[in-house]
Design a protein around this ligand. Structure first.
Ligand code: F6P
Length: 535
């Protein structure tokens, strides 16, 4: 059952009634403990928000109204909860290392999942240990060609886990802009390169175009280029038509959504980079988060609480965006990864029943690693007129013990930002800061520029160290957060019809841009742009 319009109105009214309330005034000695969750060695602190126990209870009641527990069981149980495409949603099966049966249409999918994982292990080990070679010998470089979910996950994770990478170098080509593949291939030796074509559908125009370009590039130096290609896809007929031998095709089922697919074959580049053991540790981290999500009570459940805070800020308080701010340079691609995960999943205008939502859809998600963001856009977060809830994350330890003093500074910066956002600086303090430099009206003018309104909400996730298991936990945490928010909104988080119109129009415009078709029927703006480009 979707949450009723009345409940959404009550939530908005609650947000309205506390919009001026001071977070700092709520911050008594108990609050940090009462408004935080620990699980799997991580701490999620949401005490620097203006949520109170009453509103939190209201949100928990909305979970019951939406039938979260039943929806969760339905997802893990293989029901076709992606009901515009008639598909189950079982990325969790890809990390179900326990092998406990997961039934889809009366059939246990786990034997196939685990067999594919074993095949990936064997192939990754062959590549890493030089048993699988290119024409010129051992593979030195792997190029993953894919886009969206077939790129962002492995690209993000290979960078995140670089301290564990001891295999061939991995590169990622996604954009149809020829500059992307050109710049990556131009530094590589085709005779020692493995190309992985990653595409769930094996029809995505960007990926197939880049795959052909890579094949042509390789054919210039390699007598059998197809032998240095592997494919990750649900479409075995299409990978065969492309000429990739089935021994190097790693398949998966349509119950794995593209943006949820890095746990299976789409993660092959990551597995080659870090090795099968660390890849399995990554899966184990996610599996542990799955168990936590299934078993913990709502307020002890990190994913549920993360979702409640998200809904409070977005649909309740009306904050249209949220910033994800990892204080971990190696998580530089996490915001982009989460943009797809959250915005492709929950950017929907109608509920399951096809009726318009009674509230806003999911938020705009954006971010950059700290401390870089501090010297770029934090100005607006601190002093701009709009409130932007911030989701900070930081590890207790880095991977460079010799640079522990830099890690300390990183942590201090992270904590300082959430403190500054909450505490702010009032006019008296601002005056005191510049009293020695200015006086009279100029003192007042200068002081007003130095005021920080404060009372700006943020959350902080602290983990021990960004190991493969911890990365798995974090990504699975956000996946389940998206699920819970989607259940509250009553939407299908697992389709993406909103990407189709642009794809169709691009296909139709290609011959127009080439000059092979006219602009008849196009609006004046589009026709004018085509004319300018053609000229
Ligand atoms: O166009 C959106 C999308 O379908 C994403 O959902 C997906 O991750 C991406 O394109 C790539 O799709 P594929 O893996 O089928 O090439």
């Amino acid at each position: 059952m979707p949450v009723s319009a009345d409940s959404w109105s009550r939530l908005a009214a609650a947000a309205n009634s506390v919009s001026d309330r001071s977070i700092l005034a709520l911050m008594d000695a108990e609050r940090a403990g009462a408004f935080s969750v620990s699980a799997l060695g991580m701490l999620f602190d949401y005490s620097k928000t203006n949520l109170d126990a009453g509103t939190r209870d209201m949100l928990v009641a909305m979970l019951d109204e939406a039938g979260l527990a039943e929806r969760r069981d339905a997802m893990f149980g293989g029901a076709a909860i992606n009901d515009t495409e008639g598909r189950a949603v079982l990325h969790t099966a890809l990390r179900n290392l326990s092998g406990k049966p997961v039934m889809v249409d009366g059939q246990d999918v786990m034997p196939e999942v685990l067999a594919t994982l074993d095949r990936m292990d064997a192939f990754a080990a062959d590549v890493r240990e030089g048993r699988f070679t290119g024409q010129g010998g051992a593979i030195t470089d792997v190029v993953n060609i894919g886009i969206g979910g077939s790129d962002l996950g492995p690209a993000m994770a290979v960078q995140a886990l670089s301290p564990y990478a001891d295999g061939p170098r991995c590169h990622f080509v996604s954009n149809v802009d020829g500059a992307h593949i050109h710049d990556i291939l131009s530094g590589l030796n085709p005779e020692t390169t493995l190309v992985i074509v990653a595409s769930k559908t094996f029809t995505t125009i960007e990926t197939m175009t880049n795959a052909e370009t890579a094949r042509d590039w390789m054919a210039e130096k390699v007598s059998d280029p197809a032998a240095q290609f592997a494919a990750l896809s649900t479409a075995a007929d299409k990978t065969a038509a492309f000429g990739i031998d089935e021994s190097r095709v790693f398949g998966f089922e349509d119950w794995v959504g593209g943006r949820y697919s890095m746990w299976g074959p789409i993660g092959l580049s990551l597995m080659i980079a870090v090795g099968p053991d660390d890849f399995r540790a990554f899966l184990q981290g996610a599996e542990a988060m799955d168990t936590h999500f299934r078993e913990a009570a709502p307020l002890d459940n990190m994913a549920v609480v993360l979702a409640l805070v998200g809904v409070w800020h977005n649909q309740g308080c009306g904050y249209a965006t949220r910033a994800v701010l990892p204080y971990e340079q190696r998580l530089a691609r996490l915001p982009a990864y989460l943009q797809q995960l959250e915005m492709e999943s929950n950017g929907k205008r109608v509920g399951m029943d096809g009726q318009p939502l009674p509230c806003d859809s999911g938020p705009v998600v954006w971010g950059e690693p700290g401390t870089n963001g501090q010297h770029a856009f934090y100005q607006l977060i601190h002093q701009g007129t709009r409130v932007i809830p911030c989701e900070f994350m930081v590890g207790r330890r880095g991977h460079e013990p010799e640079l522990a003093h830099q890690h300390r500074l990183l942590v201090a910066n992270c904590l300082a930002q959430s403190e500054a956002l909450m505490v702010g600086r009032d006019l008296d303090e601002a005056r005191a800061k510049v009293a020695g430099q200015f006086e009279g009206e100029e003192l007042e003018r200068q002081a007003s520029h130095r005021v920080f309104p404060g009372n700006r909400p943020s959350t902080t996730l602290v983990y021990d160290q960004l190991t493969p298991a911890v990365l798995g936990q974090i990504v699975a945490l956000y996946e389940h957060r998206v699920f819970v928010e989607g259940v509250l909104l009553g939407i299908n988080s697992y389709d993406q019809w909103g990407v189709e119109l642009g794809k169709e129009l691009a296909k139709a415009l290609d011959p127009v841009v080439a000059g092979e078709a006219g602009t008849e029927g196009k609006d004046a703006s589009t026709a004018g742009l085509v004319a300018f480009i053609r000229a």
